[in-house]
Design a binder for this molecule. Sequence first.
Ligand SMILES: NC(=O)c1ccc[n+]([C@@H]2O[C@H](COP(=O)([O-])OP(=O)(O)OC[C@H]3O[C@@H](n4cnc5c(N)ncnc54)[C@H](OP(=O)(O)O)[C@@H]3O)[C@@H](O)[C@H]2O)c1
Length: 307
Amino acid sequence: MPRRKSRDSKTVLVTGGTGLLGKSMEETLPPDWDIVSLHQRDYVIVDSKARHLVLDIRDKRAVDRLFARRRFDAVVHAAGIASVDYVENHYAESLESNIVGTLNVTSACRRTDSHLIYVSTNAVFDGTRAPYRETDTVNPINKYGRLKVECERLVQETLKHWTIVRPILMYGWNHAVTRPNPATWIYEKLMQGETVSMVTDVRENPLYNISCGSALWAVIAKRPSGIFHLAGRDEVDRFEFALAVAEVFGLDKSLIRPVTSKSFPGLAARPKNTTFVTARMERELGVRPTGLREGLAAMKAARTARA
Ligand SMILES: NC(=O)c1ccc[n+]([C@@H]2O[C@H](COP(=O)([O-])OP(=O)(O)OC[C@H]3O[C@@H](n4cnc5c(N)ncnc54)[C@H](OP(=O)(O)O)[C@@H]3O)[C@@H](O)[C@H]2O)c1
């Protein structure tokens, strides 16, 4: 249930607030803040700590009306189409959600002088020169990455008060109505006794969503400008990731098959290694990178506590 707003509490607008990132902000919500979680589809989310608002960010008038009516102490812009393969195959629709939507949100922030935290991605890199620092040159290899680079430029070139965060592959318990992530997807498959094919040629240092939430609240509090890479401690490929899920949840590892990306010729190209350097996240946001097994164990403990 949303908390009762105290007179002194501040409000952050989180566009795309029902995704895994928005959920992480609910789970790490500081006592003096409220969240307005904006999303496109009209559904009810049980156990949400946020107030919900159904609005399509492609609709400029609706976005303008919202900012004219309400004052936000911070804006986290995470809404858009975030499925790499969906963007590759539905480019026109993705341009509207990701570019037009971001243009509408940045325009409203510029007019109201709001601090915007734009949520970008590791897909801005080509994966040939890991580990990546915030100062490294972007060079996306798929359409999703190219749209994110354009949005980063839009934010940097049109706003005074901005921060860009680039989360890498995120895992954690998502709201039931939203898309699964690799940890929950593998968990469900193995629970059903199904085999899963996982690639050995895509490497990341996966980010536990609770760490992502902590990093975002630190950005909101400190309002630093510039770019932050958000990632976990351990570098793994997707096959090793799946093995860790099986190990921590006590599931059958023999159901996990190692393959390479060549087994999925219909999918959009993925950068091979986009592992991040997390020094800036640690130093300036005070967030320690979480180990993969530590994050998965925390997920397991959270599930056990609810059962
Ligand atoms: N998840 C990851 O591993 C990861 C990694 C790197 C970067 N990121 C970035 O992090 C951000 C959040 O990702 P996520 O996984 O938490 O989100 P997600 O599960 O993909 O959810 C997307 C959110 O955006 C909303 N949305 C989409 N189009 C919209 C529109 N036209 N108007 C209003 N709302 C709209 C969706 O609302 P509905 O539910 O109503 O459709 C949903 O709340 C994205 O920008 C993504 O690129 C994510």
